[in-house]
Design a protein around this ligand. Structure first.
Ligand code: ATP
Ligand code: MG
Length: 150
């Protein structure tokens, strides 16, 4: 569950480039809900996502995920509570690593790590099933490097 309440963000405050990007943005999503945020160029869509992900601190408002207040958490600590896919598939992925390795990295986000196989057999089987659902043929390219996909 996500509760983003009354988010405020002004870029370059007090300068000639001051830009109020978020002025009271609020969004409540229950578990399993899906939503599309629409708006023209510069409306603040990416700024809103960046605020939730914690790219920089917001000027006001609060963000809770599953009842945990993450408003003051830096991005790397918030990563434990959320996942994010970027507009550019080369952002947020490791280009020199395989599809299954990238998925394994994502699956381990926020968890303690030790030395062991990067991707286990059962994980690979699970990723195969998950990707099959998308019907993009990626399930048969699990060992292809992400940077060489297109
Ligand atoms: N890091 C930043 N520094 C200064 N201004 C910024 C920054 N990020 C966004 N802005 C400004 O904040 C406003 C909202 O931008 P944002 O990128 O959130 O819009 P958007 O809705 O995602 O637009 P698009 O449809 O073009 O992706 C714009 O005026 C933009 O120029
Ligand atoms: Mg954008």
């Amino acid at each position: 569950m996500l509760n983003a309440f009354n988010l405020q963000k002004t870029f370059n405050p007090g300068t000639i480039n001051e830009k109020v990007a978020l002025a009271g943005a609020t969004l409540n999503l229950e578990e399993g809900e899906f939503c599309t945020v629409i708006g023209g160029n510069g409306a603040g869509k990416s700024t809103f996502l960046n605020a939730v992900a914690g790219v920089w601190p917001v000027d006001g408002g609060s963000i809770t995920i599953d009842g945990i207040d993450v408003t003051g958490l830096p991005e790397h600590k918030r990563a434990k509570y959320l996942g994010r896919v970027f507009q550019d598939p080369m952002t947020g992925t490791a280009a020199n690593m395989q599809i299954d390795e990238n998925m394994a990295l994502a699956a381990r986000r926020g968890k303690s790590r030790g030395l062991g196989w990067g991707v286990t057999r059962s994980e690979r089987a699970r990723y195969h099933e998950m990707l099959k659902e998308l019907d993009l043929g990626l399930e048969d390219r699990l060992t292809a490097k992400v940077g060489l996909l297109s």
